[in-house]
Design a protein around this ligand. Structure first.
Ligand code: GLU
Length: 590
């Protein structure tokens, strides 16, 4: 899930490439590289680690064209040699990839037999050598890339820079968008957000297309037919595209505080689009919801709302494991995909199957121009503004609140749903503004800082909420956290309950409350300590984090202290919470 950024224009390329890369760093941050072309030569700088050693950029000449890459390693260790871009043997071009070449082993073997030498351990270098091989019989770089790309298996998007000052990019699975500035400079990137501050226009490059930039002109070709395609630039429509921590120490805490603003966007959306989706859901045989990571938890909560409020047979799937359901899909089914990036490879693969089988697809995506939106019959945009922290917070809450409104619409309760969401927004604003609420969470964070294991219990509307708490704790604190249905605890995890064990419970004052209290008493009897999050205290808890009462949306309110808790433990531990180790935000590889 690397980030790709290319520039061709009138200005010095290197600083623009670096700025673009910084905005793509959420996609991977183990190493990076920049290549520029000047005087028929390509100059490359590559570094391991975050994009900080900008000094090395002084080694690059003033050039008007270049490409850059930030890596999340899949094949080959995190080394300078394995960082992209990679040179061709004669230094006539460099190449970077976002994705995985699934058949890199047989290709590498074939190329080695032909005498090609490999310097790095990456699958990406196979593409470099394959393009070289194709260039033996094809004189145009674009056609050689086309021939090479046709032999690759997997999802991969590649970008090349030639010593003649040409950029070629081919999209196959992983995202690619083009941008144009007011003065007609051209950009090619993995996402629109990366060039939003400098570009006015955007163009989504579709799968199976090749971009060629030469002499300040951009041409697009279909890979299969090699026909040149006409294109129309679109205006960039990115709300709140400022990427700035403002008065906050981290993007993560800023984005938690932006949640009410993100929810306001849901209320503003057109009722007609909700009614159209509700109509399709009512007619559906089964509704599948799908997501990966945090969005997978959101998908599960959305399925919960569809069962609870709309009485729909809704099943949630986790992206990486959903293929086993594909055979069961029928064209009477609908599939719903909440996603920040709209580019998650695991989910896209399942949606492609669903599309072929004739299912209707609904998506709720934050990033404009994403593949998921393009393949959807019902396209919803979160419009929650950029979420820069790799740890997703405001988008999760936006996704589940949207799912709630969809479920309410199915049961003819759209207006009531809007009223509840408005109350939630006001309550959340009040909660976040009140420093004593924040201090309570900070105190709990201090208590949990030395604990190795944290258990989280929830039931009904709160089960996936505690699961979200678990995901956040794991991402921010690197501690072991384990969320489970409160009622299931007694069947296995009760063996682990003993003095000193810390339990977090999220609850709502509803029919699930008595079962939750039973679980609380069961763990307390064995010496565990329980901190509860909810709107109503009970003498059964050891400590209590109070949130405002917001009825049907109580559990959404409970998300906020759980996210805050993960943040405060993470920073007290000195962890880099905006970029937790080993993960990246937009997982465009399988
Ligand atoms: N497979 C490539 C590598 O490891 C790119 C990985 C990616 O896109 O995340 O270098």
């Amino acid at each position: 899930m690397c980030g790709i950024f290319a520039y061709a224009g009138k200005n010095n390329a290197a600083p623009i490439l670096i700025e673009g890369l910084k905005r793509l760093e959420y996609r991977g941050y183990d190493s990076w590289g920049v290549a520029v072309q000047e005087n028929n030569a390509i100059h490359v700088v590559k570094e391991v680690g975050k994009i900080s050693k900008i000094d090395s950029l002084n080694q690059l000449p003033h050039a008007k064209i270049g490409i850059a890459h930030t890596r999340w390693a899949t094949h080959g260790g995190i080394t300078q040699t394995n960082a992209h871009p990679h040179y061709s043997s004669d230094n006539s071009f460099v190449l970077a990839q976002n994705g995985i070449v699934q058949n890199y082993e047989p290709l590498k073997e074939m190329l080695q037999k032909k005498g090609y030498k490999f310097i790095s351990e990456t699958d990406t270098e196979v593409i470099v050598r394959l393009v070289e091989e194709k260039l033996l019989g094809i004189s145009s770089l674009r056609l050689a890339v086309r021939a090479a790309v046709k032999e690759l298996e997997g999802r991969n998007t590649v970008i090349l820079l030639s010593n003649k000052g040409e950029i070629i990019a081919a999209r196959n699975g992983s995202p690619l968008v083009a941008g144009r500035t007011a003065s007609d400079d051209l950009i090619v990137s993995s996402d629109t957000l990366s060039f939003a501050p400098i570009a006015q226009k955007m163009l989504v490059i579709d799968n199976g297309q090749i971009v060629q930039i030469h002499d300040k002109e951009m041409h697009i070709f279909d890979i299969t037919s090699d026909k040149e395609l006409k294109y129309n630039w679109e205006d960039i429509n990115l709300r709140n595209d400022k990427v700035d921590k403002e008065e906050f120490d981290h993007f993560l805490i800023k984005e938690i505080h932006e949640t009410p603003k993100a929810l306001e966007q849901i209320v503003r959306q057109d009722k007609k689009s909700y009614l159209a989706l509700a109509h399709a859901l009512k007619a559906a045989r089964t509704v599948y919801t799908i997501g990966s990571g945090t969005a997978g938890v959101a998908a599960a909560q959305i399925a919960y709302y569809l069962r609870e409020f709309a009485k729909i047979n809704a099943i949630s799937l986790v992206g990486a494991d959903a293929l086993e359901y594909v055979e069961l899909f029928s064209k009477e089914d609908v599939i719903i995909a909440p996603s920040q990036s709209g580019e998650t490879a695991d989910v896209l693969e399942v949606l492609e199957f669903a599309h072929k089988k004739g299912l209707k697809i609904a998506s709720y995506v934050n990033m404009p121009g994403a593949m998921m939106t393009r393949m959807s019959d019902f396209k919803f945009m979160a419009e929650a503004g950029p979420e820069v922290s790799v740890v997703s917070t405001k988008i999760f809450t936006s996704q589940i609140t949207w799912g709630y409104l969809v479920a309410k619409t199915v049961s003819d309760g759209f207006d009531e749903g809007i009223t509840h969401i408005n109350s939630l927004i006001e309550a959340m604003k009040r909660y976040l503004k009140n420093q004593s609420n924040i201090n309570l969470v900070k105190n709990l964070a201090e208590k949990l800082i030395n604990v190795d294991d944290i258990f989280l219990l929830g039931k009904g509307q709160n089960f996936y909420i505690v699961k979200e708490g678990m995901v956040k704790l794991i991402e921010c604190t690197y501690k072991h956290a384990h969320a489970m249905p409160a009622g299931d605890l007694k069947h296995y995890a009760i063996t682990l309950m003993q003095p000193g064990v810390q339990i977090l419970v999220a609850f709502s004052d509803d029919s699930s409350m008595s079962d939750v209290i039973n679980a609380v008493n069961e763990v307390k009897t064995r010496g565990a300590e329980v901190t509860a999050i909810g709107s109503k205290s009970s003498k059964n808890f050891n400590s209590f984090i109070k949130v405002p009462e917001v009825k049907e949306l109580n559990s959404v309110m409970n998300v906020i202290p759980l996210q805050l808790l993960a943040y405060y433990i993470g920073i007290q531990l000195g962890n880099e919470v905006d970029k937790p180790r080993n993960i990246a935000k937009s997982v465009t590889v399988k």
